[in-house]
Design a protein around this ligand. Structure first.
Ligand code: UT7
Length: 329
């Protein structure tokens, strides 16, 4: 029998747009306050992509940042997966645009669209190609330009989201290291709680869809909140069971950054102390598919991940979908 190949994260990278939009700035746009936004979500500010830039541009920057600290040259990347709910186009895939720009000429390339769980699904998918012995090096990117899909007159949503991109390069590694297990889930019966209704096949863009604002993000906040707390719980439990570990074995938990109250509530139930949780929602808001990728990059850059650490990623989002993934660093 063939020994399964281990899949490790060789390097990480990110692109954070320089333009900051603070809660104070939002107070001038909609009827809101820093007190409400920070108190209900933990967000102080978010980043907005520069005019003329889009999801692929940020994905390219994140990929180049990831390659800059990697031993693997772009020419040796076999596959690029971009997770995004806000790709440049319906087609071609953003991954193809990245492939061209970073000169990964022999890489296959495709996108995955699983809302905020996208980066975890993409890591799990990329890892399968490597562990099956099909590919050696897979670039996984989470990138979002959500600022172009929020209704800036709707205080329920416009205060929540931000732009950015993060990347991780997967490669073969020594046994016992790297991705140990993952758990993925979905409940399509609740797809309508979080969606971008118009602009595609079901509701092509028309005067009517524009008038009704159907090309903006629609979210039933309270219902999604309840789901998110449960999804983190279910997914973490399933992952820990697969690993035969307890929450106490986790060295760093990197959750999707949607709401600090969602993260706090899950962590209280698992009794995970605050210092073992990566949180940067205050600076970036909810960057959907990019949020875990950026948080992973920051945690690594800040020296919060050491060799041998058990790092657990957990996310939830549109679909509805959820997922978790454990890495022995
Ligand atoms: O990443 C994908 C998954 N997404 C999520 O996980 C998001 C999950 N949901 C949430 O994080 C929270 O539900 C929100 C942050 C979106 C909203 O917080 P909430 O505590 O659930 O508030 P709510 O929607 O129940 O609204 C409470 C009140 C309402 O006023 P009334 O009806 O009680 O008078 C809202 O109109 O807060 C009002 N409100 C605001 N007030 C000031 C809603 N947005 C704002 C705002 N500023 N920006």
């Amino acid at each position: 029998m063939k020994t399964p190949v281990s899949v490790v994260i060789e390097s990480v990278g990110a692109y954070i747009p320089p333009k900051v939009l603070s809660n104070a700035d939002l107070e001038k746009i909609v009827d809101t306050s820093d007190q409400w936004i920070f108190g209900r979500t933990g967000i102080r500010e978010r980043r907005i992509v520069a005019e003329g830039m889009s999801t692929s541009d940020m994905a390219i920057e994140a990929a180049l940042s990831c390659l800059a600290s990697s031993k693997v040259p772009a020419a040796e990347i076999d596959l690029i997966i971009v997770a995004s709910a806000s790709p440049d186009y319906a087609f071609p895939s953003t991954a193809c645009i990245v492939q061209h720009a970073i000169l990964a000429r022999t890489a296959a390339a495709f996108d995955m669209e699983i809302g905020c769980t996208g980066f975890i699904y993409a890591l799990a998918t990329g890892a399968q190609f490597i562990s099956a012995g099909v590919y050696r090096n897979v670039m996984v990117i989470g990138a979002e330009t959500l600022s172009r899909f929020v209704d800036w007159t709707d205080r329920n949503t416009c205060v929540l989201f931000g732009d950015g991109a993060g990347a991780a390069l997967l490669t073969q590694g020594p046994a016992g290291e790297g991705i140990l297990a993952f758990h993925l889930g979905a409940d399509g019966s609740q797809w309508n709680l979080l969606s971008l209704p118009a602009g595609m096949a079901r509701l092509p863009a028309s005067e009517q869809t524009l008038k009704k604002g159907l090309h903006y993000i629609h979210m039933e906040g309270r219902a999604v909140f309840k789901f998110a707390v449960k999804a983190m719980d279910v997914s973490l439990k399933a992952l820990l069971d697969k690993l035969g570990k307890t929450a106490g074995d986790i060295d760093l938990l990197i959750p999707h950054q949607a709401n600090s109250r969602i993260i706090d509530s899950a962590c209280q139930r698992f009794n995970i102390p605050r210092e073992k949780i990566m949180m940067n929602i205050d600076k970036y808001g909810n960057t959907s598919s990019a949020s875990i990728a950026i948080a992973l990059y920051e945690a690594y850059s800040e020296g919060r991940i050491k060799k041998g650490d058990l790092v657990v990623l957990v996310g939830f989002g549109a679909g509805l979908s959820w997922g978790s993934l454990a890495i022995r660093w």
